[in-house]
Write a protein that binds this ligand. Structure first.
Ligand SMILES: [Zn+2]
Ligand SMILES: [Zn+2]
Length: 374
């Protein structure tokens, strides 16, 4: 194997804290071991890309972000057995595959999760990308760095999908969409006939709304401050909506749910909303927490309310998804028209990545997808 071979690609590089993405011609090495090189067809943009650009999480710069890539396997490392050149794949998060959580099928709680997804390099501290000056550019973001025309993933993290499926749409299944849907289906286990509330109706919250409908919840309440999102929530399966900008969320959910809901999901990352999430639960209800505030933030809740109500609060990463199983399930639900996540998406050309970021931050676009030119 000749590791000196590399190919010229275009990548969106972040060179300073909060700096715009700049498209650069860089080089990426060929895949080694169990790695695969993926020609990125399209990639979603997730809130996490933007908070890392702004360095709320300390990932080293310069850096290629992007962690919702979909594309075609272009080359494989010598030890790859599960994927072949030409396969269509959705790239998802990285995990070690050998620790206790991984052994038990909980890869999103892998002991090496932070290093493998936020480390900015491979396990040996090496980057696969170099810039025109020959300097290393940090990569391996969520085991992919998909804001580029090519990305290196692994056979564990790149999930093969049907060639019939619309590949350019599928990237967000690798993070944001599987987070919302997985929280409802895998973690909370929302039961038929139950009551569910989504606190936050962004891409994650609306994915949860669609999944709650798939799961057969009888009452699905979407809560947000943006009227357009609430209107879309009704089209996607919500039975009720609450505009938190002028309604009392806790009072209203208790009224609608006859005392509260069985399950709630907090996806805003705001600690005062997390408190509401606990307060809106009926007895023995569970709040799932997927929204991430800045590191170090603490939240308050009424201890006796939690205790006497038998309530649970559960943190959730990546919807507890085993991506290799869950992503194809979501693709099939989408094909059947039961999980229309395409309604959340707006496509942009890769060149317009900064516009996509701005639209996402202003709440104009729920889920941007960047399309690579061929
Ligand atoms: Zn692990
Ligand atoms: Zn994400």
């Amino acid at each position: 194997m000749n590791t000196t071979i590399s190919r010229a690609i275009t990548a969106a590089v972040v060179r300073g804290k909060g700096a715009p993405f700049t498209l650069e011609e860089v080089n990426i090495r060929e895949p080694e071991g169990v790695e695969v090189l993926v020609r990125v067809v399209a990639t979603g943009m997730c809130h996490t890309d933007l908070i890392v650009r702004d360095q709320l999480y300390p990932v080293p710069l310069p850096l290629v972000l992007g962690h919702e890539g979909a594309g075609v396997v272009e080359a494989i490392g010598p030890n790859v057995t599960r994927l072949a050149v030409g396969d269509h794949v959705v790239m998802s998060y990285g995990f070690c595959g050998g620790c206790s959580p991984c052994d038990h099928g909980h890869m999103s709680y892998c002991k090496e999760f932070f290093g493998r997804n936020f480390g900015g390099s491979d396990a040996d501290g090496k980057c696969a990308i170099t810039d025109r000056q020959g300097e290393a550019v940090h990569d391996h973001f969520f085991a992919q760095s998909s804001f580029a025309t090519y990305a290196i993933s692994t056979e564990d993290s790149a999930v093969k999908v049907s060639k019939e499926a619309p590949l350019e749409l599928l990237g967000p299944l690798g993070c944001g969409i599987q987070t919302g849907a997985g929280a409802v289906i895998n973690t909370l286990g929302v039961r038929p006939g139950s009551r569910f509330a989504a606190l936050g109706a962004g891409a994650v919250g609306l994915s949860a709304v669609m999944a709650a409908r798939v799961a057969g919840a009888a009452m699905i309440i979407a809560i947000d401050v943006v009227p357009e999102r609430l209107a879309l929530a009704m089209e996607l399966g919500a039975t009720h909506v609450i505009n938190a900008s002028h309604e009392d969320v806790v009072e209203r959910v208790r009224e609608l749910g006859g005392g509260g809901v069985d399950y709630a999901l907090e996806s805003t990352g705001r600690t005062e909303v997390l408190r509401q999430g606990v307060d809106v639960l009926a007895g023995r209800g569970t709040l799932g927490v997927v929204g991430a505030p800045p590191l170090g933030h603490e939240a308050a809740f009424d201890v006796n309310d939690l205790l006497l109500g038998g309530k649970s609060i559960r943190g959730i990463v990546e919807g507890d998804s085993v991506a290799r199983d869950f992503i194809p399930q979501l693709v099939e639900l989408h094909r059947q028209g039961r999980f229309p996540f395409d309604r959340l998406v707006k496509f942009y050309d890769f060149e317009d990545i900064n516009q996509a970021a701005e639209d996402s931050e202003r709440g104009l676009t729920l889920k941007p997808i960047l399309r690579m030119a061929r």
